[in-house]
Write a protein that binds this ligand. Sequence first.
Ligand SMILES: [Zn+2]
Length: 93
Amino acid sequence: MYSKCSVIAQKISEIIDRDANFVTRFRFYTHLMICPKCLDYFRQFKLLKAAAHEPNPDQLPADFDNVMSFVLDEIEKKQTKDNISKDHPVEEN
Ligand SMILES: [Zn+2]
């Protein structure tokens, strides 16, 4: 996942505009899970963005649940196996 909040700030438009690929979204959402600050920022950003375009600002992205459940599964697998390899399978770019 992204470990820096500054990266979240950079990616947030990409995420909201749905330009981000799966890896980016995965990393983004995993950061949100551990960082309430960014989750809050993300929600606020979406509100602003949605307010500018659409009348229905209160929704997370359509794939939010899918990505989140995938993320949760992955975390659960890691925790149960306690099998964290030195090379993270998801590389940035
Ligand atoms: Zn953060």
